[in-house]
Design a protein around this ligand. Structure first.
Ligand SMILES: C[S@@+](CC[C@H](N)C(=O)[O-])C[C@H]1O[C@@H](n2cnc3c(N)ncnc32)[C@H](O)[C@@H]1O
Length: 390
């Protein structure tokens, strides 16, 4: 290396800070480097004004001893080879830095190819450059969330909400990321917003991408205690687009669906499999009438939006005829009775299900542990519960 050459951070390298230093993604070489604190400092100081010797002299107070300084010189030589740093001949100017949009569109492409960590680093870089654009912070929050960088996700979502207040979904996710006390259930405006966005591709995403099997698993469990004679009055809580309707129909002479999301309910109606689909909040709808007018109440993947299950089981039991059946799936958690997770959904422990069912006047007939679906490649463990009004 020319000793007079000045060091410049390669402007095509995206950086995201970590507790130890930096994650650096070389966009041309498609490679991620993990930089420790000293390496991160070298990269930061490589602004085109210093030679390698000058830079090492500047960081001398941090890098004690000849051996450590020689280590820095070796690291700089390696970083030049790896394309993290560029050398500028005296008088020369460096390559122009690409605009933030370059990194954000690259982040999008990387994410679609499943390279989420690299996408996160690029998006971090983009959001820092386009700091007034709320959407870049929201995207950064999502990526940080996927790779489990909770503090980065929290910071990015907070930045997003400062610029674009009122996003009910993000506000709900922040409850868990901030460690705040969870609400009794996911707020109604959060559910409506989430499923307005999701409804169009819900079935494809759940079935093809996430291998969701809630309706089938619930029906298999129900078939152990009920014959599909088509003679029952059946209520489905949170019917969504109607994925369970065909299966529940085998038990039903009358099938009623309830869902808070107009976008999901519209699709359920379009299946033609329900006698009625109502747009309503579950607990409010259950308490509207004192009639015991159902033999079976089912909820697939809906009680994941409720904390204490008593708030649904108690009013639901009041709508069941004597000996009526209540069956549902939840995501399985351990330890606490129930927990709001970073996904914005609640997980429930088996003891809580037994307690809540008992308090509601239900006898649990079966609790099956199972895999409900997959999320980011990981199995989502669930519980399939069948209970009967005592
Ligand atoms: C994950 S989807 C499941 C849909 C359907 N049961 C299935 O298995 O495909 C959850 C559904 O519950 C609905 N939901 C969530 N909370 C609700 C509430 N408090 N009242 C009514 N519907 C609710 C959502 O709108 C959404 O359609």
């Amino acid at each position: 290396m020319n000793p007079d050459a000045r060091l410049l951070r390669n402007p095509l390298v995206a950086l995201a800070p970590t507790d130890e230093g930096y994650l650096a993604y070389d966009t041309t070489g498609d490679r991620i480097h993990r930089l420790n604190a000293a390496a991160a400092l070298i990269v930061e100081l490589s602004d085109g004004t210093r030679t390698a010797d000058a830079l090492i002299a500047d960081i001398a107070p941090m890098v004690a001893g000849e051996e450590a300084r020689a280590g820095c010189a070796r690291w700089i030589a390696g970083a030049i080879e790896d394309n993290l740093l560029k050398t500028l001949a005296p008088g020369a100017s460096g390559p122009a830095a690409p605009a933030g949009e370059y990194f954000s569109s690259l982040a999008l492409r990387l994410r679609s190819r499943g390279h989420v960590l690299a996408a996160f680093v690029c998006q971090h870089h983009a959001a820092a450059q386009l700091a007034d654009d709320a959407e870049h912070w929201a995207t950064l929050g999502d990526l940080a969330h996927i790779i489990g960088r909770r503090e980065d996700a929290r910071d990015a979502y907070e930045e997003y909400l400062t610029l674009a207040p009122g996003d009910a979904e993000v506000e709900h996710i922040l409850v868990s990321l901030r460690g705040e006390a969870p609400p009794p259930r996911a707020p109604d405006d959060c559910i409506v917003q989430l499923y307005a966005r999701f409804a169009e591709f819900y079935e494809r995403n759940m079935r093809q991408d996430l291998e969701y099997r809630g309706p089938e698993l619930l029906t298999e469990a129900l078939q152990r205690v009920l014959r599909p004679t088509g003679a029952l009055d059946v209520l489905e809580l949170g019917c969504g687009t109607g994925l369970a309707a065909g299966l529940l129909r085998t038990f039903a002479r009358r099938l009623v669906g309830i869902d808070l999301s107009p976008d999901m309910a519209e699709r359920a109606t379009a299946t033609g499999l329900y006698d009625t689909v109502e747009i309503a909040e579950i607990t409010e709808w259950l308490m509207r009438s004192r009639a015991r007018d159902f033999d079976l109440i089912a909820a697939c993947d809906t009680l994941i939006y409720f904390g204490d299950l008593r708030q649904v089981l108690m009013p639901a039991v009041k709508r069941l005829r004597d000996g009526g059946t209540l069956a549902f799936t939840v995501e399985r958690g351990e330890g606490e009775p129930f927990t709001l997770t970073d996904s914005g959904r609640y997980v429930h422990g088996e003891p809580h299900i037994a307690d809540a069912a008992g308090d509601a006047g239900l006898r649990v007939l079966s609790i099956d542990r199972t895999v409900l679906r997959y999320e980011y490649g990981e199995a989502v463990e669930g519980l399939v519960v069948v209970s009967r009004r005592t």
